[in-house]
Design a protein around this ligand. Sequence first.
Ligand code: PLP
Length: 446
Amino acid sequence: MTAKDPLPQSRHLATEIPGPLSTAAMQRRKEAVSGGLGTALPVIVSRAQDAIIEDIDGNRIIDFGAGIGVVNVGNSAPRVVKAVQEAVATFTHTNFTTVPYMGYIEVCEALNRLTPGDFKKKSLLQNSGAEAVENAIKIARHYTKRAAVVVFEHAYHGRTNLTMALTAKNIPYKDGFGPFANEIYRMPLPYAYRWLGNPETITADALDLVTHKIEKEIGAQNVAAILIEPVVGEGGFMVQPEGFMLGLQEFATKNGIVFIADEVQSGFARTGKLFAVEHEGMTPDMIITAKGIAGGLPLAAVTGRAEIMDSSHVGGLGGTYGGNPIACAAALAAIETIQEEKLVERAAHIGSILFETLNGLKAKYPVIGDVRGRGAMVAIELVKPGSKDPNPEAMAKVVKYCHSHGLLILTAGTYGNVIRFLPPLVITDELLRDGLSVLAEGFASL
Ligand SMILES: *Cc1c(COP(=O)(O)O)cnc(C)c1O
């Protein structure tokens, strides 16, 4: 088989998982690669198409992870592959601030057009989500001439020094990696499933709590930015309760604070809207995008109000590789794919199947405490039956079952007890249902 042969969109177990070739290769990895990197599924990929990953032992594994919400348009999406092949044969790199090229400009035009808000917008391209978050904070600080940044419990914003400080969870992201950047203030998150107050008034109560803390503990006039994930990613797929972000943005606007949505995981059609803030008709001052933007090529962006994005002096922003021409070509092809294949609608459809099936499993297995998310960004939180005590042991067993039966699923959550579902949005209903049947068997096996 060559890379060009179509990869059947079906699950197939040729060996046990991991098979002998993967096991031998993982031994080489262990010798050669830093031990600081984890492994969700210890097989070596030979190729991947749409929603199937094939390993070097010939197993075909259903992909419910999409490279952590990256290949929303599918593994090796045809338009992305073609665009990359053409771009790479044309020129590989000039550095946009040395000799500019059209791809960078066109990606910025597309982002300015597609992100919500009918005000004048401008964009900046970078290599990774963390780098884009760093630049958004840099720009917001420069624009406001203020230092403080407000973030939330359970947040994940990356692994660089500033973004580690913005991230909530200590193990594995921060432990022993300090000292961390200062002027970062963490606020309570209205995490509905674990909210101790009245669930009916969660939005108003959380807004009161957060704005009071900002005013009394930081001083709103010292705050450069409020940074929030519309659907919390690594922290466990908590959806911000309706009206919470709108209330925060109103507070931000009133106090000259830049309101920034980190849509690195929730963006690009994942939640059944192009951007998750659209579910509430929001228009953030800045939106950070990455993961789903370029069909697997490394690219990230900051898009925001033109006056904010223009506040920096010339040369204040940049980077050698940011907005690499091949990644830009891939992004334009990914955006075209989302539109042509109607992947926004497709995400909503996948979400309806996920919610229906997972709520059915929840009714049957009390170990599933909560089903939550938006569109095709859905998770289940596992607890000890009859309580809300986290149950990472049950999670580990279900994940192991799924992986050994040819279904790749990812975990998440501050308490290490969340299974998240991020299938490529081109997955067929049949494959999605086959994957969910493996998951159901996993719960039955507990
Ligand atoms: C993954 C992620 C990041 C960091 O992106 P990298 O490309 O891994 O640096 C930032 N924010 C959110 C919400 C993410 O999910």
